[in-house]
Design a protein around this ligand. Sequence first.
Ligand code: FES
Ligand code: FES
Length: 162
Amino acid sequence: MVTVTININGENRTASVPAETTLLRALRDNFNLPGSKLGCDVGDCGACTVIVDGKPINSCLMLAAQAEGRTVLTIEGLASSNGVHPLQRAFEDCASLQCGFCGPGVIMSAKALIDEVPDPSIPQIRDALGGNLCRCTGYVKMIEAIRIAARAMRGETAEVNR
Ligand code: FES
Ligand code: FES
């Protein structure tokens, strides 16, 4: 067993886990954060995407022990006392998802992109979603939502600016 302390969604959390435990399993099973989804478990689908130290990663490919002392943002950390995050609102307004299974990973990839590129082009958005597989939609409504959310986050609409 290894003891890990990770800053998750702004809070230091500690757990003892078997050494082979992935960050995804620890988030879901030890920290009670099931928003990040377990899809392929081998790095192919992006359903498990979280942001570690500002970068989107597949949490099924990182050991929990490798996240020791690092900062992790999951889908549960996006909403605030002001309500849902502009990305979440835009995805809902645009009806961007169907089954929704890929949604948390897609939104976290989009968040990481907008944090780095506040006004992303469509090719940049497509590129950022390259590791997120969605078998229900054609991505078109996701891209529309990401552009709307980016505008809101730049303060160009009345939406909450985060
Ligand atoms: S569950 Fe991690 S990439 Fe598919
Ligand atoms: S909405 Fe079903 S996998 Fe994307």
